[in-house]
Design a protein around this ligand. Structure first.
Ligand code: 0L1
Ligand code: MG
Length: 263
C-alpha cells in the first residue's frame, strides 16, 4: 500500500467511524472537492485495512458496482467500480438482518462467482473468468452508503468501499458451464409483491465480463482475484429499500432463489 497522506487518513477515520456507529455523514467531496479517483481507491484500501486492524475482519472477495448502463448514466460516468468483501459482511438466509447496525439499507440482486483459481492480469477474458469459476450462485447484496440520503459522487462512493455492507448467497450453486450466464431473468419480490425484474445482460452485457473488467483494474495495482474468493458481479436491477419486518426474495432462471429477512 502506498503511504497515506494526512488528508486520506482523516477521511478513513471519518468513514470508518460512520460505519461503526451506523451514522450517515456528509459526503467527502463537500470538504475535498478535488479528491481524485486514484486517491479514492487508496482511501478504500486504507479503510479496509483499518477494519481488519480494529475489528479483525479479513477479505473474502470483491464486488462490482455501477455495472449497469442505467446506474452509470444516473451517476454521469461510463465505468464500473469495485470494492472489497470482508468476512463479517457475509449474512445468512436463515438469520435476520438487524437494522440496528445499518443506516438506510437497500438490497439488490446479483450473481455470485466462487473462484477455484487465481485470476490476475491485464488481458483476462470472459473465457478465463469462466474457466477459473467453480460455481455461480444467486446472491443479494445489501448496500448501505455512509453518505446522507445515499447521495454521492463517484469518488465518494469508491472511498466508501462502494456502499458495501452485507451479502447473502443462496444455497443452489451450479457450474458456470451449466447455464447461459448472458441472459438469466430475475424477479425480486418484497413481502410477496414483485418489486423489480431484471436480467444478467444488464451487468456489462455478461456478468463474467464485469469480473474480467475488475481483474484488469486490479492488475494495474499488481493485484488480482484469489482462489476461494467470492465475487459479486453487479446488480441485475435497481436496489430496493427495506426495513424491519420486510422479507425479500430474488428468483433467478436456472439458478434458484436467495432470500433475506430484516428484524
Ligand atoms: O453495489 C453497487 O452497485 C453499489 C455501487 C454504489 C452505488 C450505490 O450505492 O448505489
Ligand atoms: Mg452491488
Amino acid at each position: 500500500m502506498t503511504q497515506l497522506t494526512t488528508k486520506e487518513k482523516g477521511i478513513i477515520d471519518y468513514l470508518f467511524e460512520a460505519e461503526k456507529d451506523a451514522r450517515e455523514v456528509v459526503k467527502v467531496t463537500d470538504e475535498f472537492p478535488d479528491l481524485t479517483i486514484e486517491e479514492a481507491y487508496e482511501i478504500q484500501v486504507g479503510l479496509l485495512a483499518r477494519r481488519s486492524e480494529e475489528i479483525g475482519t479479513r477479505q473474502v472477495g470483491v464486488k462490482l458496482g455501477l455495472t449497469s448502463k442505467a446506474k452509470q448514466e444516473m451517476m454521469g460516468v461510463n465505468e464500473a467500480i469495485y470494492g472489497y468483501l470482508h468476512n463479517d459482511m457475509l449474512a445468512l438466509e436463515w438469520e435476520p438482518i438487524q437494522l440496528s447496525g445499518l443506516i438506510h439499507p437497500k438490497v439488490e440482486p446479483e450473481i455470485a462467482f466462487l473462484l477455484a483459481e487465481d485470476l490476475q492480469g491485464e488481458n483476462i477474458t470472459v473465457e478465463d473468468v469462466l474457466k477459473a469459476t467453480k460455481y455461480v450462485a444467486p446472491a443479494l447484496e445489501v448496500i448501505d452508503s455512509r453518505f446522507k440520503d445515499f447521495r454521492f459522487t463517484l469518488v465518494d462512493v469508491v472511498a466508501d468501499n462502494c456502499s458495501s455492507s452485507k451479502f447473502i448467497v443462496g444455497s443452489k450453486w451450479v457450474s458456470p458451464h451449466a447455464i447461459d450466464l448472458a441472459n438469466i431473468g430475475m424477479v425480486m419480490s418484497k413481502n410477496g409483491e414483485v418489486a423489480q425484474t431484471g436480467s444478467s445482460a444488464a451487468v456489462l452485457g455478461h456478468p463474467a465480463e464485469a469480473i474480467a473488467w475488475a481483474v484488469k483494474q486490479l492488475a494495474l495495482q499488481g493485484k488480482g482475484l484469489k482462489n476461494g474468493e467470492i465475487v459479486l458481479s453487479g446488480a441485475m436491477s435497481e436496489a430496493i429499500a427495506f426495513g424491519p419486518g420486510d422479507s425479500v426474495i430474488a428468483e433467478f432462471d436456472g439458478l434458484g432463489s436467495v432470500s433475506m429477512y430484516c428484524k
